[in-house]
Ligand binder design. Structure first.
Ligand code: ASP
Length: 183
């Protein structure tokens, strides 16, 4: 067994799991967890990764029952691994992070929500950098809360780990759409 930490990525869908649909010009929810990991093999250099599909849906369709389902699935994983990453659509990602932070009070391990503003099949996608930053943060810290990991600026320089209850999506397309408000 190697000395790397082990994480589970739980997938819920959203743009991060999408491909462009060239018939409509929109994106369709498509990627399986295995395909995503295959696309971003750098993550496996940082941590050992297990991944599981919970749903493949747009985040605007996520409701209270999904918060409970996700919390249960996170708890199932957390006693086996060092941290959990949730891939999620960006539109309601901040609501899910707030809900999870109340449901999962007293966490000792990290739970990071990660989305993308551009689908994972595009060269300009922010998905790989957001995911790799989240994995690196889990690998190198002893953070024990729910947080959001997204780009700090328009370029691939840094990501921020933002607080679960004080973060908002403030732009529809920019990579740095997520901002901490009053924090
Ligand atoms: N409408 C999509 C969603 O929130 C947008 C995204 O994933 O970024 O699921």
């Amino acid at each position: 067994m190697n000395s790397k930490k082990t994480i589970t990525i739980l997938h819920t869908g959203g743009t991060i799991a999408s491909k462009v649909d060239y018939k409509t010009g929109g994106v369709i929810a498509r990627y399986t967890p295995e395909e995503l990991l295959y696309k971003f093999p750098e993550i496996a250099h940082v941590v050992n990764v297990k991944s599981r599909l919970i749903r493949n849906m747009w985040s605007e369709d996520i409701n209270f029952k999904h918060y409970n389902l996700l919390a249960k699935e996170i708890l199932k994983e957390l006693h086996k691994v060092d941290g959990v990453i949730i891939t999620h659509g960006t539109d309601t990602l901040a609501y899910t992070s707030a809900a999870l932070s109340f449901i999962l009070e007293g966490l000792e391990k990290p739970v990071l929500l990660v989305g993308a503003q551009r689908s994972s099949d595009r060269g300009s996608s922010d998905a790989p950098f957001n995911l790799i930053c989240a994995a690196k943060f889990i690998a190198e810290t002893d953070f024990g809360e729910v947080g959001i990991c997204m780009h700090e600026s328009m370029s691939d320089d840094n990501c921020l780990i933002m607080p679960a209850c004080k973060t908002r999506k403030l732009h529809s397309s920019r990579r740095d759409a997520f901002k901490v408000v009053n924090g």
